[in-house]
Design a protein around this ligand. Structure first.
Ligand code: BV8
Ligand code: ZN
Length: 251
């Protein structure tokens, strides 16, 4: 990876950090594909994370999300989340755009995080969309595969659903618009821990590149990069990001 250097980061006026499940992996949060380990192995994530699956078997889908929410509640932000929050103090403007449904960026101190795929912590009624506050402790810490009946809405007795964007559902308009605006106007975009398979979120790095930004992919394996201004940094996010931050801070 020649070309990109920490000085590009230090001199950037507006940095976008675009994250996928890989940034939370070192907090012990399974990435989307391996969130289906063990008992969940027999399900295809894209099939389980749909409104149809929820309508067909609400207890199975709600149990999966409560299992994931319990994991997030008992996890802590890792050094990657912390470095991203720190970096925001070192550059004039930094926008975090995440595909993740956990709140680890916020708990590390990042502000105004754009969640393209919603959040595990924002449940709402499937029928009337009224927000539904969930207890901060998941009852009987669910095992993988445990079925849990979803709570019922206090207003219309409809089923409560997770506040995430399911496959086949459109992304939250404001978050998507703001993410596009940031991708078009940034000087540099760090794409951290994403396989770039899910659309339209996966377009964000490409849009930044098309608008003249430098794009750096941070992933366990080197990413195929083409053309100028695109680079790859292979390594664990919790190791690569603190190193980048140290270089920016001149340490
Ligand atoms: C929509 C919430 C249309 C739920 C998620 C083209 C255009 C538009 C749509 C489509 C299209 N083609 C296909 C579609 C449909 C679909 C889609 O993209 N399907 C895929 C399967 C092909 N898209 C949609 O349905 C989207 N909606 O387009 O609506 C529409 C328009 C108008 C009106 C109505 C409808 C909605 C997609 C949102 C789905 N919801 N999440 C939930 O979490 O349960 S997506 C979910 O999977 C995650 O949020 C994440 O974004 C995505 C991928 O998950 P993972 O694979 O786990 O994570 P990731 O990809 O980030 O991979 C992990 C990476 O980290 C790996 O590369 C690994 O190497 C790396 N890594 C691991 N450890 C580390 C690491 N890196 C660094 N350090 C480490 N330590
Ligand atoms: Zn309701």
């Amino acid at each position: 990876m020649s070309g990109f250097a920490a000085c590009d980061l230090r001199d950037a006026g507006h940095v976008v950090v675009f994250t996928g499940a890989g940034v939370s992996a070192e907090s012990g949060i399974p990435t989307f594909r391996d969130a289906l380990t063990g008992l969940w192995a027999r399900y295809d994530p894209a099939a389980l994370a749909t409104a149809e699956a929820f309508e067909r078997d609400p207890a199975l889908v709600w149990g999966w999300y409560e299992w994931r929410r319990a994991k997030v509640l008992s996890a802590a932000p890792n050094a990657a989340h912390q470095a991203i929050a720190e970096l925001a103090q070192r550059v004039p403007k930094l926008t975090v755009v995440t595909q993740n449904v956990d709140d680890l960026h916020e708990r590390a101190g990042s502000q105004d995080v754009l969640h393209l795929h919603g959040s595990l912590h924002a449940s709402r009624c499937f029928d009337c969309a009224q927000p539904h506050e969930l207890p901060l402790l998941v009852p009987e810490h669910p095992e993988a595969g445990q079925r849990i009946e979803p709570p019922l809405c206090r207003h219309c007795h409809g089923m409560v659903r997770p506040g995430v964007v399911w496959f086949g559902e459109s992304l939250p308009e404001l978050a998507w618009e703001r993410a596009l605006e940031a991708a078009r106007s940034c000087d540099l975009l760090l794409s951290v821990g994403t396989s770039g398979l899910v659309q339209p979120a996966a377009e964000i790095p490409r849009i930044a590149l098309r608008h003249g930004a430098q794009v750096v992919h941070i992933n366990l394996q080197p990413e195929p990069v083409n053309g100028i201004r695109e680079y790859t940094l292979a390594g664990r996010a919790a190791q690569v990001l603190p190193t980048l931050l140290a270089q920016v801070s001149g340490q």
